[in-house]
Design a protein around this ligand. Structure first.
Ligand code: PLP
Length: 304
């Protein structure tokens, strides 16, 4: 179980044991919460910083807007809450989880209950394992499909939408794979259960466009910027499952997964079956950026 000293709940830091909600919390029944996953890193100079804090908190507000939820704090207040939570837990690196949700009150599906907000923080290493980060993971195309854009709101990180990710992740794990890859309703590759996806073919980097049912990942955006700065040609275009099998390189990006190479999909070796030159370069630059070793990306860091 995750353990922390303090959790920020509804405007104040409370002891871990006191961060409780009522059993009739609307979000518990219908998944009506919006959340973020944010990482803080210890810089190369020893100073900790949150990576792309403003963009994450802004996305939380965007998700809330999409689900007609009024967050009773400002962007600045929630940024402050994130930093305070890291400090209160004496974390110089770790994972932050802000969540805004409809609390207890009425229990009709469309009830508009008071909005509660929490921020937790804890230490978290490589989401898809240290070994996966170095050698690449094995993934499986899921039998579950990524939600159609008119079924759910793919631009938002809504708690209930993660049933789709849960089912795909559990299926992949039960089949002996590290992660699931979901196709869209037309059969094109969409994204991982909690990550965006990239292929490399003949030196060109490609990822599904934001018109596909994918989250507008902040790490996706980071990688696109890094690739362009490294002079790697980039295309935001759909691709099929077999194109993915034939890729020279394949990798996934996300706040939790960071930049994780994929060495095998559905029993097909990808490229040479190990991380290739493009993903290695992107991964190295990404980790330099988050640790403040790249001057041009310093603007992404909020030191604390
Ligand atoms: C479904 C899904 N896609 C992609 C991502 C990657 O987004 P980000 O890089 O902003 O963490 C996540 C993680 O938040 C996710 O849950």
């Amino acid at each position: 179980m995750i353990k922390a000293d303090k959790i920020w709940l509804d405007g104040k830091l409370v002891a871990f044991e006191d961060a409780k909600v009522h059993a009739l919390t609307h979000a518990l029944h219908y998944g009506m919460g919006v959340f973020e996953g944010i990482r803080a890193y210890r810089g190369a100079d020893g100073r900790p910083a949150v990576f792309r804090l403003r963009e994450h908190v802004q996305r939380l507000f965007d998700s809330a807007h999409i689900v007609l939820m009024e967050i009773p704090y400002s962007v600045e207040q929630l940024e402050q809450a994130c930093v305070e939570t890291l400090k209160a837990n004496k974390l110089d690196a770790g994972y932050l989880r802000p969540l805004a949700f409809f609390g207890a009150g009425a229990l009709g599906v469309g009830a508009v209950n008071p909005v509660q907000v929490m921020v937790a923080a804890w230490p978290w290493g490589a989401y898809l394992s240290e070994e996966g980060m170095k050698r690449g993971i094995r993934a499986k195309v899921s039998s579950f499909t990524r939600m159609h854009v008119n079924v759910n709101m793919v631009r938002a990180k809504i708690s209930g939408q993660y049933v789709n990710s849960f089912l795909a992740t559990r299926e992949a794990a039960l089949s002996g794979f590290d992660e699931a890859i979901l196709l869209d309703t037309e059969g094109y590759v969409a994204e991982g259960a909690g990550e965006n996806i990239f292929i490399v073919k003949n030196g060109v980097l490609q990822t599904p466009p934001l018109s596909s049912p994918v989250l507008a990942g902040i790490t996706r955006d980071t990688v696109l910027r890094i690739a362009r700065d490294l002079g790697i040609p980039v295309r935001e275009e759909k691709f099929t499952r077999d194109t993915m099998y034939l890729a020279d390189e394949l990798f996934m990006t996300g706040t939790a997964a960071e930049v994780t190479p994929v060495r095998e999909v559905d029993g097909r070796r990808i490229g040479k079956g190990e991380p290739g030159p493009v993903v290695k370069k992107v991964q190295e630059t990404f980790f330099r950026a988050v640790r403040g070793e790249e001057q041009r990306y310093r603007e992404w860091l909020t030191a604390y």
